[in-house]
Design a protein around this ligand. Sequence first.
Ligand SMILES: CC(C)(COP(=O)(O)OP(=O)(O)OC[C@H]1O[C@@H](n2cnc3c(N)ncnc32)[C@H](O)[C@@H]1OP(=O)(O)O)[C@@H](O)C(=O)NCCC(=O)NCCS
Length: 367
Amino acid sequence: MIQKGLEGVKICESSICYLDGINGRLYYRGIPVEELAEKSTFEETAYFLWYGKLPTKSELEEFKRKMADYRELPAEALGILYHLPKNLHYIDVLKIFLSIHGSMDGNDEDLREKAIRVASVFPTILAYYYRYSKGKELIRPRKDLSHVENFYYMMFGERNEKIRLLESAFILLMEQDINASTFAALVIASTLSDLYSCIVGALGALKGPLHGGASEKVPPMLEEIGSEDRVEEFVQKCLKEKRKIMGFGHRVYKTYDPRAVFLKRVLQEHFPDSKLFRIASKLEEYIVSNKIKNIYPNVDLYSSVLFEELGFPRNMFTALFATARVVGWTAHVIEYVSDNKLIRPTSEYVGPMDVEYIPIERRDENG
Ligand SMILES: CC(C)(COP(=O)(O)OP(=O)(O)OC[C@H]1O[C@@H](n2cnc3c(N)ncnc32)[C@H](O)[C@@H]1OP(=O)(O)O)[C@@H](O)C(=O)NCCC(=O)NCCS
């Protein structure tokens, strides 16, 4: 039997994430994601996903110190920065630096330590490249700031009182069961390749517009719509042209994505006058109330508006997603390889058989 797109196929047991797509519920190790987004921090949720338990106060302090210690890039890797073209996509920048970092990271087999190191360095790579490509002086990581605060500070050289909103978004984006990028990571892990290769593969999968790349397509789409009164016309045009509406639809959620619900509430409270937000809300209202293709907004619709309002460049949105999701990818890799089985599906061959091999000089140029 062929299961196109592996829809509904379970490839392993896992105790990391439970996603109930019918009722629109998402849990990390049994805790509703909204509760973590409201009450927890990036570091605490990452610890929870990696270690399988909430940290005590002292465990969390030590863990935060460790993440802060891992923020700086090795000098040799940093040297590469100044040789890069200035118009790269941030996902590609991550792939370049992680490939170098990975080769320099030794062969010790403690995957969790490696995961902590790699997640800690993501913001540094993005902020360094951002400032280098804009001709601005680099800002070194600060150990006295939290993971997310430090990221914002390294990007923009200042603190932001709305930083908690970014932290909540990162918590919501941190984990999502065996989605396409996590699966890509697991396929690579299952060959017993190294953790960095798993992440580089996952980054490539995340970049596509049907997955995390949708977040970068949402703001231009909302601008194309232009105003709330043009939503209906836009949707009808998309349906006619069989064009996908970015930030809507999901393989598993067949109702509201709880992360989209959470982020919409955040935007309503903090950026009610945002033009993009108002168009996005109207789009949601029109699509859901008219049962268009039975799709609902997904996390990218509202996370992209939040990233935009917080001042991040659009071609960094997928990389922001990755900055959070690297925790989920690595948590799954660690869990999967503890009971490893090479992932190797097969296909139903439908091509011809016993085809004659015609020597090149006898082949007809015209067909
Ligand atoms: C995420 C996504 C790939 C899931 O797709 P899937 O489970 O493979 O479902 P399909 O793409 O087969 O969609 C099923 C039907 O709904 C339609 N549909 C799904 N998402 C749609 C969207 N965003 N806009 C318009 N139509 C959509 C499809 O065209 C298809 O219609 P059809 O049966 O008449 O051909 C899909 O919803 C999509 O492309 N969304 C837009 C990109 C996006 O926001 N991605 C981020 C996901 S978190």
